[in-house]
Design a protein around this ligand. Structure first.
Ligand SMILES: Cc1cc2nc3c(=O)[nH]c(=O)nc-3n(C[C@H](O)[C@H](O)[C@H](O)COP(=O)(O)OP(=O)(O)OC[C@H]3O[C@@H](n4cnc5c(N)ncnc54)[C@H](O)[C@@H]3O)c2cc1C
Length: 383
């Protein structure tokens, strides 16, 4: 793999860095306190092509390769993980999955709107009773005439209250486990679908996380995406690429922690010298720097494998596992450099730590990533 970025990749990274400096960084703390990102950011992200990366241009996408996508995701994560998550879900989990699995009509209907930021997508897999064990979900879609009637509850859905469409996973037959699961594209204004914002999150406070309740939600058979019974494979293929995007966002968090720690260590004086002069402070900073580089290289490797059409799922789990744990470690180390000032929200590192914490939980916990990696190495599944 060539680690030199192309001109196009360098340009898109610069575009993202400038956008974050102008449109995100000045407001991130305010959005965090208000528990609400300014929704106008979605259209701005769309206008710059950040919601259409890797999606074919014929469907309104902005093209580009997966490394470019990771570079943008990293910069967004560096600025505000709440904004990064909007992109990772609407583009990474929904639009890219429609591009891969949708029929022509579904692609023509949803992709131009999603990539332009005129519509937002959410990914409805988790339920109150099934998180890691998603294959045992209980939401049901029952055929009725030419329609399906859907009943169930989805939990912790990112973009949930903002989204125009939910990529929803529901059971269409009684085959136990994941084989009975199908994927649907359900407009969120369909009668019977209600949404409740989940407040009080530790981090990602600006994000619209919601519980979705579906009571006799009637959709036409054309809402089915991909073959009936293939929903779990669709969800897993989406999450494999999604983990690359989470990993890239975590690199952004760790890089932000490094930037903040280096800056503060040079400014803060104790015992008559900048704390940067003390070896134990340098140790904290160098640990962050190594985590940033290692996480970034693991993430870029996934992008390279995807772009070359190679198998990437295990590498994506490795990148997500390492980068998410590294983001938590790095934000914690940065907070240590800040001392007591790190503990108050006038400074950025407390938010980095709160935002980082969920990265080891969602899109598969660290334990689940280890089981995926272990399965690939041993050939034995723990699930
Ligand atoms: C802010 C936020 C946003 C989210 N966004 C979305 C979204 O957009 N769409 C969506 O569908 N979901 C979303 N989720 C859900 C997320 O993916 C789940 O929370 C996650 O998969 C874990 O499921 P759970 O919370 O039910 O934990 P559980 O599965 O109950 O796990 C609890 C603990 O048990 C461990 N565990 C479980 N099974 C095993 C095992 N076999 N071996 C070892 N340990 C095990 C886990 O690692 C964990 O430590 C989001 C969650 C949060 C917090």
């Amino acid at each position: 793999m060539n680690l030199e970025l192309s001109e196009e990749q360098t340009a898109v990274r610069q575009l993202a860095e400038d956008f974050v400096r102008r449109e995100i960084a000045p407001y991130a703390a305010e959005w965090d306190r208000a528990e609400n990102v300014d929704r106008s950011i979605v259209k701005k992200l769309g206008s710059l092509g950040f919601l259409g990366l890797t999606v074919p241009e014929e469907y309104g996408g902005s093209g580009g390769d997966h490394l470019a996508y990771c570079l943008v995701t990293e910069e967004l994560g560096r600025g505000d993980s709440s904004v990064r998550g909007i992109v990772s879900v609407s583009l990474g989990l929904v639009a890219k999955t429609i591009a891969a699995w949708g029929d022509e009509r579904q692609k023509r209907h949803w992709l131009p709107r999603l990539t332009a930021g005129d519509a937002l997508g959410c990914f409805g897999l988790t339920e109150p009773g099934t998180g890691s064990d998603a294959g045992n979900l209980t939401t049901r879609a029952v055929p009725d005439g030419g329609d399906y009637v859907i009943n169930g509850t989805k939990m912790f859905i990112t973009n949930g209250t903002w989204a125009d469409v939910v990529l929803l996973f529901a059971r269409t037959n009684d085959t136990p486990g994941h084989r009975g699961v199908s994927a649907f594209l359900v407009p969120t204004d369909t009668p019977g679908l209600t949404r409740r914002t989940i407040h009080g999150k530790l981090g990602l406070r600006g994000q619209a996380t919601a519980e979705l309740v579906l009571e006799d939600v009637r959709v036409p058979a054309s809402a089915l995406m991909g073959p009936e019974g293939k929903g779990f494979s669709i969800a897993m293929s989406a999450l494999a690429k999604g983990r690359m995007s989470v990993a890239a966002g975590c690199v952004g968090i760790a890089q932000a922690a490094l930037d903040a720690a280096v800056r503060y260590a040079g400014e803060r004086e104790q015992f008559g010298r900048p704390i940067a002069a003390y070896q134990l402070v340098q140790e904290l900073i160098s640990d962050i720097a190594v985590d940033v580089d290692a996480a970034r290289l693991l993430t870029w490797r996934v992008a390279d494998l995807v772009d070359r059409g190679r198998e990437f799922a295990t590498a994506a789990s490795q990148a997500k596992l390492f980068a998410s744990e590294a983001a938590v470690r790095s934000a914690g180390n940065a907070l240590q450099v800040f001392g007591g000032y790190g503990y108050i929200d006038e400074y950025p590192v407390g938010k980095l730590l709160r935002d980082a914490r969920v990265m080891t939980l969602y899109e598969g916990t660290s334990q689940i990533q280890k089981l995926i990696i272990g399965r690939a190495l041993t050939g034995v599944s723990a699930f």
